[in-house]
Write a protein of this length. Structure first.
Length: 213
């Protein structure tokens, strides 16, 4: 994994803040790239993406530097929406009651979002995607670790587990479980999958009996 791949947050060709028009162009290119990657099972040409967005290929290069930069932006946009769901403030008297809702919401997002199948499938082998996804997952693990630490502080989880390792374990297992579920035909039921994954998460974290939802 090389560290020279561009990140979507980098400005390839200028140091000025993006204009409203520039932001809209970036959004159009990201939307177009997402659609092209889904249809192409992870493969897309920047000229086709630019055509879908109604702009020139040169403008796509101006905003993202390369096709890898554009693909990275699509991945980062996916994880930004993932984080928005995961960071929702759920209501519940206990940590467990809140977390079971969080798992349900995240699984529903991953199952319903068309790009998940492409990202967790053929596109996931791309070095640009591995690089971009590693940054996004690191952020999710950090957030998850803080959440697990809160569960420990609340007395719902045993304190012997390292929050960072536990969060990485849970998120990695969740990702792999969803990847396998998406290979099923017909598509999995999000609610049933969420219940099955929650049971595994609760067991792996040692959720105390009295805290179960």
């Amino acid at each position: 994994m090389t560290s020279t791949l561009p990140r979507a947050t980098d400005a390839p060709n200028d140091n000025t803040a993006p204009t409203l028009r520039g932001r809209k162009t970036r959004e159009k290119l990201i939307d177009a790239a997402r659609g092209a990657l889904i249809e192409g099972a992870g493969e897309a040409e920047i000229t086709d993406i630019a055509s879908r967005a109604g702009v020139s290929a040169g403008l796509a290069y101006h905003h993202f530097g390369s096709k890898d930069g554009l693909v990275s932006a699509v991945v980062e946009d996916f994880y930004a929406r993932y984080v928005q769901i995961a960071n929702t403030r759920f209501r519940g008297e206990t940590w467990a009651q809140r977390e079971v809702q969080r798992v349900q919401a995240v699984i529903r997002f991953l199952i319903d979002e068309p790009f998940t199948r492409t990202l967790f499938g053929p596109l996931g082998r791309s070095s640009a995607v591995v690089h971009a996804e590693s940054h996004c997952m690191a952020d999710l693990v950090a957030r998850g670790a803080r959440n697990i630490a809160q569960g420990q502080a609340d007395g719902d989880l045993p304190r012997q587990a390292d929050p960072n390792i536990a969060a990485a374990f849970v998120l990695g297992g969740l990702r792999q479980s969803v990847t396998l579920a998406l290979l099923e035909d017909p598509a999995p039921d999000a609610e049933q999958l969420a219940r099955a994954i929650w049971i595994l998460i609760a067991q792996s974290l040692g959720l105390r009996e009295g805290s179960k939802s």
